[in-house]
Every structure is written in structure tokens, then in C-alpha cells.
Ligand binder design. Structure first.
Ligand SMILES: Cc1cc2nc3c(=O)[nH]c(=O)nc-3n(C[C@H](O)[C@H](O)[C@H](O)COP(=O)(O)OP(=O)(O)OC[C@H]3O[C@@H](n4cnc5c(N)ncnc54)[C@H](O)[C@@H]3O)c2cc1C
Ligand code: FES
Length: 1299
């Protein structure tokens, strides 16, 4: 193996030349190897092919295609052994800040497309691989290339937009918004196009970017070309526990399969890789047939197209697309159905390597292709005895089983042409439209007697309805010979309702929804066929400021370039120390139990294990927790949630530590767990105190009201899904108990204090350092790994994605119960609301989160008589914790529910009722704070105008009249978000500013950088106050040794607090330098600094700030909890498919008041990022728990966060102009959390569309819709004749419960 800094170049020259420490490294070594040789740009986000952070480009000569091919792959699933004769290009290979940036890196960085940066290298490489194959991609190509990337921070439109700069025309035609300035949105598209020529932000013009020159790209290594053209040789690699064999011919492959009948064939490793990593399966022999010519065959036959089983899905797609272009339409019905399924099949990286054979033989009940192959009756050729079989339901005899005998392999699949009078469709319904596994997937094939509408043959196949892909045989039999008519439809629906049943406790849950889908999808097919049969018959920033003043300018995130090249260092990128050890967690599998016995015998025999640590090994205190010490570092005799950390294994490698941790055997004595809010209410399992805010007299209010309504809403939790999982590197310094901690945390001081407590040393022995984080969103405020070690060697622990999701908790699920009294006009007079949050197994920050929900219970509405109560449910779930919005979104979500109910009850437009009840300037909130500088009115009016609300509403009404099964909806939602920590003492910050003799400035403050651009903004503040360019100022890291006693970087307040502390420190320095400026007015900064130094002036200053006039008392309902409020309004339009529950986000306009923005580019990014995270919260992300409290959704495969396709087709973000905020640094406002709730506009637009659908069935008035509005909930709410065929099951034990 050879590698250089820029490209990993991997020709295996001899057999057996890999010295593998453990079996996993044989398979997962591509990513491990890159990290081992110091290529840290490729990141590990999930290890299951679901996030794209590890994307690299593989190039190889394809003898089947007779050309060099380049394709993006997930390094976390690519076995190193599979890369024989391949070149791997990582993000370091295409450019660097140190040498020369690649145009892709430069554009993504300059277009503000990198925020936390952890996923940026993956996105760069996806784009790079696309451009290597196609230098002029269409928007569709770009969207497809990004399908394998998840969205967690601010990349939304800039990513898609910036690559279009390769083609000015595409960009202009597509209307994608430009991101060059704050108001440069699609709304001002025409102006933007003018600016495109003469934009004031020079970085936005195409001339300022390096041109893409395909001739300068890395050349495919000539040695590889030579080697690749030589005849194939057999290769064997022996790992610690796995033998990898690459046979050189089909005969050899079949011989090996006879010799090793249990051997697995691995092509893409996208199934086997997952099984080995997450299901703990071990396959001692692996056969790699990817290079065998017969298995790569593509051949047209008389009946269809024959594909070798090792053909990748990308190749399958290419060949079928060509065939669809060339052949008559009637012949390609099945091909088009396969292409439709491929559109929604995984991400590009997976499709580039995954093989057709792998999908068939895995026999997954939710395979997307098997229903198509089954319904089409594809012919499969099996080799060994050489039989050819037609694919019918006998091919899958059981769960993940096929009829293949142990010595058989799948050689070919023939996908047939269709004939005249034959129609074929495939459908996939999933939680998220792109890159998600199916809830129900199906294919439908009907052939008619010649020139009639009489069914000659019907084949309906379904996935997701049984342990295997199944045919609805009975239904098909009964419908054969019938006419394609409404009577057939009715009978088909009844027959399917009977035949496609599911046990109410079936794995995967959503039983009613899945059963309804089988019918709804048939109805879709019916309409498509009927149609065919009938057809046969006949923000621009105006700068009024000094050109040197950088505050308010959209300067690029300071680390953006390094993030785009992979040079930015995250915690786990810190090079290994000598003798460094790795730590893995042993966690509870029971939600509530006594620990009876721990058996470590097997674990201690795993090679490289150094220590097994339990609570007894904690030298200081084992009690821990951010607010109250009600948690254990390591469990003592009892566990209170699945994922409770019981012990830790320390070993020489991460793989050994994890293997040993899995080998620890624990026996428990189980106790009954409390899992859901309902269960906690039933047994009164609450943390104390409860909270209440009351104003007016609600009983009097209810007496006055014309109507009273009661309702309930549940808002599900949310996983933070920061791209960088929790990571800690603890380095004992060997003297006086000193320990240096490198931690991916938002709370350096808290980490320092808790580590000191666990180690039993004073805090002054512990230094906690943070360079940057790959996202935090509150998840690294208190739940960051605080495990240190008693081993006197450096120890590293980075959690795998599944562990991180299991152990660290997330956003609190909430249940809101309300009673609302109102007049006929829609004016609300009285409200009683009670919130229950699911806090989990420790108090953590639940009290402050509940308080914030109560502080936001009325959102923007003035309710004269109001009472809010709050309870924290103590349950046996992992402790829930801080998450962007911190209870505020849950509080406001319930408010919009009762607001909608009132409007529906009164039969009034909900926007009118919202406006009627809205606060006015000077009104007081229920907690008696006066609303000053109240800008909601302005945001509201501007949002209605930008979104063209009235025209939209009319168009929607017309659309809904014309469409029975698709409905559109619209909603305008305001938000008011209080800024400050509600715990008074946290509203303080410190800064330390050093000026060195050469004039350079080292800036330190208490905030941490997690992608939100805090450091960039703080440099802008220092630059303005000191009057020097940003380039002279550097922030190295956040450390407890420079700024002590810091508050967590949270509550959106970090720019406000740290900015003021920096202002204070810089003013001190200015005062000290003033005499030298006065003496030498024409001098430079460097002159003044030098003069002051020689005059023995202290050029280091610290700064401090505490927010004045604050403090609130719940007992008396007096005082001021917030320094000020941030305001915003969003209008969203959606389209709902009433038959499947799918929805499309068509349009969103947001107007956000961020005061005088410190950095409009960063602020727009924050608005977009928060909004999309809210879209995830309210429409997509669903954490599923078993009734026993086991988290079932532990990775991107099961838990879906928004992807590029979820961004509204039009997304306009405007920052409210001329709204200076006198309460914060340079008149700015906090922006991190407030916009998140605006995504409720999408939720309530969906509810509006459902209201229209229900009206078609004669259903009017309020109805309950819980969050998130998943396809299941939407479909079930759109009640119709089909849903009536599938009644709710009675009493049963569900697979998953609403917690
Ligand atoms: C992130 C991600 C997203 C995914 N999304 C989807 C999706 O949307 N829809 C979907 O249907 N699937 C999805 N999958 C599953 C998977 O990608 C497919 O099943 C894929 O086609 C498997 O092909 P492979 O080459 O990677 O299989 P491998 O992992 O290499 O092999 C899988 C199995 O097939 C057997 N096998 C392979 N070839 C042969 C042969 N010729 N003869 C006999 N046995 C053989 C192997 O022995 C092995 O047991 C996803 C997987 C991941 C990781
Ligand atoms: S780490 Fe490979 S796709 Fe997430």
C-alpha cells in the first residue's frame, strides 16, 4: 500500500499483506486506515452509510465498461479489501488552505455553506465526484448527488445554489436564491440578478472564484491502469477473525462456495457491513465477486434485459434509463417502475456500490426492488447447478431467507419488457421521501385481454406487510377476469383490507397506517391505469458604515475554508498520544432493575484489554449532574434506564474496547419501568417542584366566554443528531492530580467541575479545552461525556452514533392539556393549560426547560385570564436535556393548537383569529414583563406581503376544489422568544484579550464554537472596538485556564454575553493605548502597540459582563426573566397526498427580527438551520421506544432528520430592517434558537390541508394532530372510505409507544 498526503493510492501488491488487529478492521478499515495515516478530513458521523460525512471518491478502471469510473462512496462501509486496483481520493487530496483550495471547497466555504463543518468534507467530496464525471451537472444531478447527505446545520440552500455557479445560466434559470447578502432572496430575484453583475460583496461574483478546470484534476495513477488491464488473479486476505477471498473467475467462485457454503458474498457491503457492525454477526469467510465478468453482465435478450448480480444500482439505473429512451413506452413499464424505486433508494454513495444481487438475496421484507421483481415475475439464474427460476413468493420462504441453497449463488436477473395492454407501477412510502427505508413498498402489474379492460393477469406485491415480500394472491385471483371499473376498485379495497392484515404488535408499529396504505396505494394504481386506458381510447444589505467596520457584514465563517478542506481539527482528530488507550461503555439493557451480577471473564480475554472500571474505581465522588447531583458517573447497584452507563472497558484500540464491552455479561432483577408521560401521570411520578404562572381570574374568564373547548396535544422528543458524536480525550499530566481534557462540549466549566469532583481533586488541577465542535444544539451542554479515567495514561472515548443516541437523551417530549374560553369573534378570554414533560431518569435541566415552556405558553397572544401549570415526569428513559429552543417550542406549539381549534370552532380564518388576539407594544406578558420594541406587527405584515399570502390562499382554495386526493394548506405563525438564561447567575461572561508586540491579538472568551459562527462574530466585535482588521485577531480555543467559570454556550445568549465581555476588555486596552494614539495620530496599530510595550503598559486585559436588571420570582410572579425578546413570522405552504400521508414543502417565507445583525450571512444561516431543525421536529423526526423503554431508533437508518429534499421548494429568509435592539451588543439580537419554532408554520399548513381533506368526508371542527406530523398521522387524520375499512385494533401490546 502506498499513500501520500493528497491521495490514498491502494494497489495491493501481494497477498496477506495487511496486518489486521481485529476483524472489524478488515472490513471497516477504509475509514480507519485514513484516520490511521493522519487523513482526518474524512469524518465518522454514523458508521452506517446514513449521513455522508465519510464520503470519499473511488476511481478504478472498469473493464466491463472499458473506461475509468469515479464514484462517491461511504468510507465507513467500504471494506479496504474491496479497493484492490482502486484509487481513493479524500478531501485532503483535492486541495487545502495550506497549498491551494479546490474550486468546490472554495465555493462551498465562501457561499457560507459550512457551519459546524463536520459534514462539509463529505459534501465537498460528493460534489467533487459528481463534477469528475459531469462538469456541467443539472440541478437534478446535484440534488441526487446530495441525497446521501443529511442536513443538521446551515447548509440548506447555499449548497445547492453554490455549485450552480459552475453554470451561470442554470443558476439564473432555476431561480435558486443567491446567498450573497442578507436580503438577496428569491423575492428580490430580479435585483439579485443585477447584483450578480455588480454585487457589493465581491466574493459572490463568478469572476472572483477560481474557475473549474477539469484538466487540472488528479490523474488516475498510470500504474493502476496497467495493473487493472491484466488478467484477474485470485486474492486472499486473512484478518484476525475473517478470511477475505476475491476469486478470479466464476468457476473459482463456485468452488469456494462449495468449500465454504456459509460464506457471504460481499459486493457493496451495505448489508453485511451493517450486520457485522450493529447486529454483532461474524462471517468468518467472505467471497468478493465484484470483478467477475459474468456477474457484471448487461445484455439485452428477447424478453428483457439481463443483469449480472454484481451490477451496482447506479449501473442498473443508467442502463434502464437508456432503454427507456430507446424503446417504445409500452415495453418499459417495469423499467420505469425500477427507476422510480431507485430514485428513493438510499443515497448516491450507497447506490454506487450496492449490487442488485445483494438486495435480492438479503431478502429484506422492506426491500424496494424485490416487490418490483416479484410483481414483474423476473427470471433469476442461480449458479452451481445452473437452475433458472421465476421469481414468485416461494422465492422468500421466511424472514430474510431465499430458496438459494448454501452452495448456490445468484448469477443473473432478467428484468422483462412489458407488452401492449400491460401496466406496471411501483410505490414506496417512507417517513422521509429520500434516502429512507420503506414503511410500505409495493409493485403492481396488470395485463388486460387484448383491446379490452378485462383483467387477464394481476400481480400485487407488497413489502413491509409481512416477514417477507408478499403477493396479495387471493385479491389478485378474485379480480382476474373482472373489468377495470369502480366496482373492481371497491372489491379490491375490501379484499386487500382482509388479506393484508398485520398483528397489532407487529415490528415497525404503525399498523393501521400500513394496512390503510396497501389500499390507498392500490387506489393510486387504479387511477393511473384508468387514466392510461382512457388515453388509449382517445436580502440586499445597504451599508451605511465605515468600510473598515466589519460588524454587520456577511463575512465568511472563519473556519469555513479549513472545514471545506478537512483541515479543521475536531476532538477526535487530535493525534494519538504514545500509549494512548481507548474507552468503551458498558450500558444497561434494562430500563429499571437491580444489578445482580457482572461477569467480565470473557471480556477480559479480548486482546488488548487493560482495565474494567466500575463505580468503585471512581476516586472522588460518583454522584454527578448539571444542576442537582442525582446521577451516577457509573451505576452502583441499580439502573434506571436502558443506556444507563454501568461500567467502562479500557483497551489498546477502540475495536478491542468495544468488543470487550459487548462481552460483559450482566444479570438483572427487573422492576416495572415508567416509560410514558401517561404512565407517569397515572402513578404521580414527578420531579419537584411543579411550576405555575397565573394572571387574571380564569374562572371569571370562562364565565364570560361564549364557548369553551378542551383539547390535548403531544409533541414528540428529538435527537440532537449533531454530526460529531460525543468525544473526550483525557490526558493525565502525572503531577499533583493534573488532568487535561479535550472535550466536545458546550460547557467547559461544568465539565471541569464535574471531572474534578469525580477525581476528588480541586478544579484548579483540571483544564478543559475545546477547539470546535461538529454541532451541539444543546446536546453537549450537560450530557457530554464526562467520564475520566483512573488509568494513568491518555484515554480517548468517542461514542458511536447508536451509543450516543442511546445514552445522551434529547429534547423533552411534552403533553399539553388545555381548556380555552373564547367569544364568537374568536377573541380568547381565558386559558388554562397544563404541561407534562418527559424528563427521564434524572432532573438534568428539566426544571428550566419546563419554566421556559410556561414562559412561552401564550406565544404572541394577549390572554387576559390565564393559568399555566407544569409537571416534570420522572420516567425510566435516558435523561432528556437541553435542545435548541429549550422548552419554548413545545410551549408555543400547544398555543397554536388551541388557537387553531378556536378558529375552526368559530368557522373563522385562523390567521384572522391569530391577528385579533396578538399582543401590542407595551402589553404585559402573564409573567408581567412589558413588551418593548415589539416588532411582531411589522414582521407579520412583511411576511404576508413577501409570501403573497392572499393570492396563495385563493390559489389553494381553487386547487383544493379541483383535487380530491391532494390538498394544499397554508399557515402563518408568529414567534416571540425570550432571551437570557432563566437561571439568573448564568447571565455573565468573561473574556481575555492579549495584544502581542507585533500587533497580533489573541482573543479568548467563554463561548464555544459549534458551527454557529460565534468566534467569527466575536472577532468582528473585537475588530470594531479595537479598530483593526479581523485578520490581526485570532481565537485559538476555549479553555478553562484562560476564562474561568463560564456559562454554557446556550440560550442563544452567547454573542450577547461574550460580545459585551470582549467589548469591555477591548475598551480597557483602547484606554491604555489612547496616550500613544494621541501622541502619534498618524501611526499604525503596530506603532502604538510597540510604543505602549516599551513604556511598560499591560497589553493584556480581561473583560466581564453581567446582564443588568434581571431576575424573576415564581412565588410572587414578579421580576423580569428576559433581557429582551426576539421576534419572527413565517408563512408556509404544503401539499399533502391524502392517500399516503406524504407531504411536500412548497413554500416558506420568513421575516426575522435579529436587530442590527452582527453578520447577516451567519444569521440567515442560523435562521435556515433552526427552521430546518424545526421542520425535522414537527414533521419528520420520531423517536420510537418499546413499551419496555428500549430506544428502537438508534441511527440515521431508522431516525430521519431532514435531507436536502425536505427544504421548501421556495425558501425566502428576510431579516427585518431598521430594528436596532438597545439591549445587546451593537444593537444586535440573539438568533440561535428563536427561528426554530417558525417551522410550526409547516405543521399547521399540513393541518390546514388535512382540514380540507376531512371536509370532503363531511368532517368539520377541531381535531387532534400530534407532532411530528408523520405520513402515518397525516394519513390517519385524512379520514375517508378507505380508512374506515381498517378499524383501529382493540387492546394489544404495541411495538412502540408514544413517550
Ligand atoms: C444507508 C443505507 C440505505 C439503504 N437504503 C435502502 C433502500 O432505500 N431500499 C432498500 O431496499 N435497501 C436499502 N439498503 C439496503 C442495501 O443497500 C441493499 O440491500 C443493497 O442492494 C445490498 O447490496 P450490497 O451489494 O451492498 O450487499 P452486500 O452487503 O455486499 O451483500 C448482502 C447479502 O447478499 C448476499 N449476496 C450478494 N450477492 C449475492 C449473489 N450474487 N449471490 C448470492 N448471494 C449474494 C450476500 O451473501 C449478503 O448476505 C440500504 C442500506 C444502507 C446501508
Ligand atoms: S459515517 Fe459513513 S455515512 Fe455516516
Amino acid at each position: 500500500m502506498q499513500e501520500n498526503k493528497s491521495i490514498t493510492f491502494i494497489p495491493f501488491k501481494q497477498h496477506n499483506n495487511i496486518n489486521c488487529k481485529s476483524y472489524t478492521e478488515v472490513l471497516f478499515i477504509t475509514l480507519n486506515k485514513l484516520l490511521e495515516v493522519g487523513l482526518t478530513g474524512t469524518k465518522l458521523g454514523c458508521a452506517e452509510g446514513g449521513c455522508g460525512a465519510c464520503t470519499v471518491m473511488v476511481s478504478r478502471f472498469s473493464s466491463h465498461q472499458d473506461r475509468i469510473i469515479h464514484f462517491a462512496v461511504n468510507a465507513c462501509l467500504a471494506p479496504l479489501c474491496s479497493l484492490h486496483h482502486s484509487a481513493v481520493t479524500t478531501v485532503e487530496g483535492i486541495g487545502s488552505v495550506a497549498s491551494k483550495l479546490h474550486p468546490v471547497q472554495e465555493r462551498i466555504a465562501r457561499a457560507h455553506g459550512s457551519q459546524c463543518g463536520f459534514c462539509t468534507p463529505g459534501i465537498v467530496m460528493s460534489m467533487y465526484a459528481l463534477l469528475r464525471n459531469n462538469p456541467q451537472p443539472s440541478l437534478l444531478d446535484i440534488e441526487e448527488a446530495f441525497q446521501g447527505e443529511v442536513l443538521r446545520s446551515y447548509q440548506s440552500k447555499t449548497f445547492v445554489c453554490s455549485p450552480c455557479w459552475w453554470q451561470k445560466e442554470t443558476y439564473m434559470e432555476s431561480g435558486w436564491p443567491c446567498t450573497c447578502s442578507e436580503a438577496c432572496t428569491k423575492r428580490e430575484y430580479v435585483e439579485c440578478m443585477k447584483m450578480y453583475q455588480k454585487c457589493s460583496f465581491q466574493q459572490c461574483t463568478q469572476e472572483n472564484f477560481m474557475p473549474l478546470d477539469p484538466t487540472q484534476e488528479i490523474i488516475f495513477p498510470i500504474e493502476l491502469l496497467g495493473l487493472s488491464k491484466k488478467p484477474l488473479k485470485q486474492l486472499c486476505f486473512q484478518g484476525e477473525r475473517v478470511l477475505w477471498i476475491q476469486p478470479s473467475s466464476l468457476t473459482e467462485l463456485l468452488d469456494f462456495k462449495t468449500q465454504y457454503p456459509e460464506a457471504r458474498l460481499v459486493v457493496g457491503n451495505t448489508e453485511v457491513g451493517i450486520e457485522m457492525k450493529f447486529k454483532n454477526l461474524l462471517y468468518p469467510v467472505i467471497l468478493a465477486p465484484a470483478f467477475i465478468p459474468e456477474l457484471n453482465t448487461v445484455q439485452r435478450t428477447a424478453d428483457g434485459i439481463l443483469f449480472g448480480a454484481a451490477c451496482t444500482l447506479t449501473r442498473l439505473g443508467m442502463v434502464l434509463r437508456d432503454a427507456v429512451q430507446e424503446l417504445p413506452t409500452y415495453q418499459t413499464e417495469v423499467f420505469r417502475a425500477v427507476l422510480e424505486q431507485l430514485r428513493w433508494f438510499a443515497g448516491q454513495q450507497v447506490r454506487n456500490v450496492a449490487a442488485i444481487g445483494g438486495n435480492i438475496v438479503t431478502a429484506s421484507p422492506i426491500s424496494d426492488l424485490n416487490p418490483v421483481f416479484l410483481a414483474a415475475g423476473c427470471k433469476l439464474t442461480l449458479a452451481s447447478k445452473g437452475r433458472v427460476i421465476e421469481m414468485d413468493d416461494s422465492f422468500f420462504p421466511g424472514y430474510r431467507k431465499t430458496v438459494l441453497k448454501p452452495d448456490e449463488i445468484l448469477l443473473f436477473i432478467e428484468i422483462p419488457f412489458t407488452k401492449k395492454g400491460q401496466y406496471f407501477s411501483a410505490f414506496k412510502q417512507s417517513q422521509r421521501r429520500e434516502d429512507d427505508i420503506a414503511t410500505v413498498t409495493c409493485a403492481m402489474n396488470v395485463a388486460f385481454e387484448e383491446n379490452t379492460n378485462s383483467v387477464r393477469n394481476l400481480r400485487l406485491s407488497y413489502g413491509g406487510m409481512a416477514p417477507t415480500t408478499v403477493l396479495a394472491k387471493e385479491t389478485c385471483k378474485r379480480l382476474t377476469g373482472r373489468k377495470w371499473s369502480d366496482e373492481l376498485l371497491q372489491d379490491a379495497c375490501s379484499l386487500l383490507a382482509k388479506e393484508m392484515t398485520l398483528d397489532p404488535s407487529a415490528p415497525g408499529g404503525m399498523v393501521t397506517y400500513r394496512r390503510t396504505l396497501t389500499i390507498s396505494l392500490f387506489f393510486k394504481f387504479y387511477l393511473i391505469v384508468q387514466h392510461k386506458l382512457k388515453a388509449k381510447e382517445g436580502q440586499n444589505l445597504l451599508l451605511r458604515q465605515n468600510k473598515d467596520d466589519v460588524v454587520g457584514r456577511p463575512i465568511m465563517h472563519l473556519s469555513a475554508l479549513k472545514q471545506a478542506t478537512g483541515e479543521a481539527v475536531y476532538c477526535d482528530d487530535i493525534p494519538c498520544y504514545d500509549n494512548e488507550l481507548h474507552l468503551a461503555l458498558v450500558t444497561s439493557t434494562k430500563a429499571h432493575a437491580f444489578i445482580e451480577n457482572i461477569d467480565t471473564k470473557e471480556a477480559m480475554c479480548v486482546p488488548g484489554v487493560v482495565a474494567f472500571l466500575t463505580a468503585k474505581d471512581i476516586p472522588g465522588s460518583n454522584r454527578t449532574g448539571p444542576a442537582v447531583y442525582d446521577e451516577t458517573v457509573l451505576a452502583e447497584d441499580m439502573v434506571t434506564c436502558v443506556g444507563h452507563i454501568i461500567a467502562a472497558i479500557v483497551a489498546d484500540t477502540q475495536a478491542h474496547a468495544q468488543r470487550a464491552a459487548k462481552a460483559v455479561k450482566i444479570t438483572y432483577k427487573e422492576l416495572k419501568p415508567v416509560v410514558t408521560i401517561q404512565e407517569a401521570i397515572s402513578c404521580k411520578s414527578f420531579y419537584q417542584p411543579t411550576r405555575k404562572i397565573e394572571q387574571g381570574n380564569i374562572e371569571e374568564g370562562f364565565k364570560k366566554a361564549d364557548h369553551i373547548l378542551e383539547g390535548e396535544m403531544h409533541i414528540g422528543g428529538q435527537e440532537h443528531f449533531y454530526l460529531e458524536t460525543n468525544c473526550t480525550l483525557a490526558v493525565p499530566r502525572g503531577e499533583d492530580g493534573e488532568m487535561e481534557m479535550f472535550v466536545s462540549t458546550q460547557s467547559t466549566s461544568k465539565t471541569q467541575m464535574l471531572v474534578a469532583k469525580a477525581l476528588g481533586v480541586p478544579a484548579n488541577r483540571i483544564v478543559c479545552r475545546v477547539k470546535r465542535m461538529g454541532g451541539g444544539f444543546g446536546g453537549k451542554e450537560c450530557r457530554s461525556t464526562i467520564l475520566s479515567t483512573v488509568v494513568a495514561k491518555p484515554v480517548r472515548c468517542m461514542l458511536d452514533r447508536d451509543e450516543d443516541m442511546l445514552v445522551t437523551g434529547g429534547r423533552h417530549p411534552f403533553l399539553g392539556r388545555y381548556k380555552v374560553g373564547f367569544m364568537k369573534t374568536g377573541r380568547i378570554v381565558s386559558l388554562e393549560v397544563t404541561y407534562y414533560s418527559n424528563a427521564g431518569n434524572s432532573a438534568d435541566l428539566s426544571l428550566s426547560i419546563l419554566e421556559r415552556a410556561l414562559f412561552h405558553m401564550e406565544n404572541c397572544y394577549n390572554i387576559p385570564h390565564i393559568r399555566g401549570m407544569g409537571y416534570m415526569c420522572k420516567t425510566n428513559l435516558p435523561s432528556n436535556t437541553a435542545f435548541r429552543g429549550f422548552g419554548g417550542p413545545q410551549g408555543m406549539m400547544v398555543a397554536e393548537s388551541w388557537m387553531g381549534d378556536v378558529a375552526l370552532h368559530c368557522g373563522l380564518p385562523v390567521e384572522q383569529v391569530r391577528r385579533l388576539n396578538m399582543y401590542k407594544q407595551g402589553d404585559r406578558t402573564p409573567f408581567t414583563q412589558r413588551l418593548e420594541q415589539f416588532t411582531i406587527d411589522r414582521c407579520w405584515e412583511e411576511c404576508l406581503s413577501i409570501s403573497q399570502y392572499n393570492q396563495r390562499r385563493k390559489a389553494i382554495e381553487q386547487f383544493n376544489r379541483q383535487h380530491r386526493w391532494k390538498k394544499r394548506g397554508i399557515a402563518v405563525i408568529p414567534t416571540k422568544f425570550g432571551i437570557s438564561f432563566t437561571a439568573l447567575f448564568l447571565n455573565q461572561a468573561g473574556a481575555l484579550v492579549h495584544v502581542y508586540i507585533d500587533g497580533s491579538v489573541l482573543l479568548t472568551h467563554g463561548g464555544t464554537e459549534m458551527g454557529q459562527g460565534l468566534h467569527t462574530k466575536m472577532v468582528q466585535v473585537a475588530s470594531k472596538v479595537l479598530g483593526i482588521p479581523c485578520s490581526k485577531i485570532h481565537i485559538s480555543e476555549t479553555s478553562t485556564s484562560t476564562v474561568p467559570n463560564t456559562s454554557p454556550t446556550a440560550a442563544s445568549a452567547s454573542s450577547d454575553l461574550n460580545g459585551m465581555a470582549i467589548y469591555d476588555a477591548c475598551q480597557t486596552l483602547n484606554q491604555r493605548l489612547q496616550p500613544y494614539k494621541t501622541k502619534n495620530p498618524k501611526g499604525t496599530w503596530e506603532d502604538w502597540v510597540k510604543a505602549a510595550y516599551f513604556d511598560r503598559v499591560n497589553l493584556s486585559a480581561n473583560g466581564f459582563y453581567k446582564t443588568p436588571d434581571m431576575g424573576y420570582d415564581f412565588e410572587t410572579n414578579e421580576g423580569k426573566p428576559f433581557n429582551y425578546f426576539s421576534y419572527g413570522v413565517a408563512c408556509s405552504e404544503v401539499e399533502v397526498d391524502c392517500l399516503t400521508g406524504d407531504h411536500k414543502n412548497l413554500h416558506t417565507s420568513i421575516v426575522m427580527d435579529v436587530g442590527n445583525s452582527l453578520n447577516p450571512a451567519i444569521d440567515i444561516g442560523q435562521v435556515e438551520g433552526a427552521f430546518m431543525q424545526g421542520v425535522g421536529l414537527f414533521t419528520l423526526e420520531e423517536l420510537l421506544y418499546s413499551p419496555e423503554g428500549v430506544l428502537l431508533t438508534r441511527g440515521p437508518g431508522m431516525y430521519k432528520i431532514p435531507a436536502f429534499g425536505d427544504i421548501p421548494t421556495e425558501l425566502n429568509v428576510s431579516l427585518l430592517r431598521d430594528a436596532p435592539n438597545e439591549k445587546a451588543i451593537f444593537s444586535s439580537k440573539a438568533v440561535g434558537e428563536p427561528p426554530l419554532f417558525l417551522a410550526a408554520s409547516v405543521f399547521y399548513a399540513i393541518k390546514d390541508a388535512i382540514t380540507a381533506a376531512r371536509a370532503e368526508s363531511g368532517l368539520r371542527g377541531p381535531f387532534r394532530l400530534d407532532s411530528p406530523a408523520t405520513p402515518e398521522r397525516i394519513r390517519n387524520a385524512c379520514e375517508d372510505s378507505f380508512t374506515k375499512l381498517v378499524p383501529e385494533a382493540g387492546t394489544y401490546k404495541p411495538w412502540a409507544v408514544q413517550v
